[in-house]
Design a protein around this ligand. Structure first.
Ligand code: FAD
Length: 451
């Protein structure tokens, strides 16, 4: 599902569901899950192995937070539903609100997009600011307790291992302790140990799809005049494996991230960084780096090997009392900026599953619901990645035809703002991809170009 396909958050729908729930992992998926659980459980405990400082800084457990994070409309709207003062807090802490198709431009298929006839507000901030704003809101909930510097060790179960009944954790410098719970949520991200735990306890592991793209991100910050709020994204487009983006963020900075797919990795020194941008099809990134001073000398890198999806919805046996959400279910090529928004939409689906049937058969109902959101994000990310012949992994059905159509759409959207508007709303996970096949859109895509 995309934003328009999921019913909105209605906390009053939820009556008492249980006494105690534990969330493992206090990143975006875990915090959104904690918000939802707080409506139906007496107490919610969030376990996180990192310290959780007040300031917006990248933590050890979330190293991707050093790199550009775009918050899509689906994420913005859902986070605002879950935390009504999200936008206000973000902006009062330095975040920006930009016009998604005027301040931000996308260069793809040989030109920039046309302006949309409508203003499309997009928040812009560094990833740690999004997380710290959400964390502060969760911390103010009376029945939620955060346990930073507390390592999850394993699940507690009943004797027959038919149900998870809590967790065993180890606080920093302390002894292991047991935390009984009616429900445990695994939001430990891509490296989640639940598949291994299932196998070790006589359950099938979820079938896993992996589509290899071998992309690396390199990121730095440069000074930005406070009245200049523009940003540009160059999308890697086969056969060109390179791309990059600069995004205006808080404290008069541009965050500059270069990305290279299939081993064409951007360097981690400024000279190499500038040289890399010299090979881009437009001069804007290089010019910016030449003109404005770097704020820190550091260039941080992040390698990301593959889109990965664990199909928990296909399992016919799974313990009661355990649900998995966020990157622990699926993580996508970060170029498409989906992860935080998918995590927020999944939390909303989780809320509806709790409201519809409480804890009864909860894991399988949640996995089936969120499958629809993951399906869409997966088809968009992997569908685009398979345009590169080097991409390895299962190819979505009809990907070639779809890519032909989308390439034509993007080219027409160089001069047709309406078309770009429709495309952007799909990219932002506001509208489903099927909206691009409405007759009035198809006509604009397929009409003769006149050239
Ligand atoms: C380079 C890069 C760029 C990205 N760009 C974007 C973007 O532009 N837009 C977007 O929406 N998304 C983006 N993403 C994805 C986004 O970062 C994630 O989808 C998002 O953080 C949600 O992830 P999560 O909460 O499921 O897991 P994670 O963010 O991975 O968090 C897992 C948490 O679990 C904790 N943890 C793990 N093990 C334990 C344990 N044993 N005990 C206790 N705690 C534990 C970790 O410390 C961490 O806090 C990007 C990802 C990458 C890699």
């Amino acid at each position: 599902m995309t934003l328009t396909g999921v019913a909105r958050y209605e906390p009053e729908q939820l009556s008492s569901v249980g006494d105690h729930a534990v969330v493992v992992g206090a990143s975006m998926a875990g915090l959104c899950a904690a918000r939802v659980l707080a409506d139906g459980f007496e107490d919610v405990t969030v376990i996180e192995r990192d310290p959780l400082p007040d300031e917006p800084v990248a933590r050890r457990g979330v190293p991707q937070a050093n790199h550009i994070h775009v918050l899509q409309e689906a994420g913005r709207a859902t986070l605002t539903d879950l935390f009504p003062d999200f936008g206000e807090n973000l902006l009062s802490n330095g975040g920006l609100v930009l016009d998604g198709t005027r301040d931000l431009k996308m260069y793809d298929e040989g030109d920039f997009n046309a302006d949309s006839p409508h203003r499309i507000p997009v928040y812009s901030a560094i990833r740690p600011l999004y997380e710290s704003i959400v964390r502060r809101s969760v911390t103010t909930l009376d029945n939620v307790q955060m346990r930073p510097e507390c390592q999850f060790i394993t699940f507690r179960t009943d004797e027959e291992v038919t149900a998870v009944e809590g967790v065993i954790v180890k606080p920093a410098g302390g002894q292991s302790e047991e935390l009984p719970a009616d429900l445990v949520i695994d939001t430990t991200g891509r490296t989640s140990h639940t598949p291994t735990w299932l196998k070790e306890h006589g359950y099938p592991s979820p079938p896993t799809d992996e589509v290899r793209i071998n992309v690396t991100y390199s990121t730095t910050f440069i000074e930005r005049p406070s009245d200049d709020r523009h940003g540009i994204l160059v999308v890697p487009s086969a056969p060109r494996t390179r791309g990059g983006a600069f995004l205006p963020v808080e404290n008069d900075q541009w965050q500059v991230t270069l990305f290279g797919m299939h081993g064409d990795h951007p360097p981690a020194d400024l000279d190499g960084f500038q040289e890399y941008t010299a090979s881009f099809p437009i001069p804007h990134h290089k010019r910016l780096l030449d003109e404005y001073p770097q704020i820190t000398e550091e260039i941080v890198q992040y390698p990301f090997q593959s889109n990965m999806r664990r199909r928990y919805e296909d399992l016919d046996r799974f313990p009661d009392g355990l649900v998995v959400l966020g990157d622990a279910i699926a993580s996508f090529n970060p170029l498409y900026g989906q992860g935080m928004s998918v995590a927020a939409l999944e939390a909303l689906e989780f809320h509806h599953a709790l409201a519809a049937g409480g804890r009864e058969d909860l894991p399988s109902r949640v996995f089936k619901r969120i499958k629809q959101t993951v399906d869409i994000a997966w088809s968009m990310a992997v569908g685009a990645d398979v345009q590169f012949p080097q991409t390895e992994g299962p190819k979505p059905r009809s990907a070639d035809v779809l890519n032909w159509y989308l390439t034509r759409l993007i080219r027409q959207a160089h001069t047709d703002g309406m078309l770009f508007d429709a495309f952007f709303r799909v990219q932002m996970m506001e509208q489903p991809p099927s909206s691009l096949f409405r007759p009035r859109i198809m006509w604009r895509v397929l009409r003769p170009t006149g050239g």
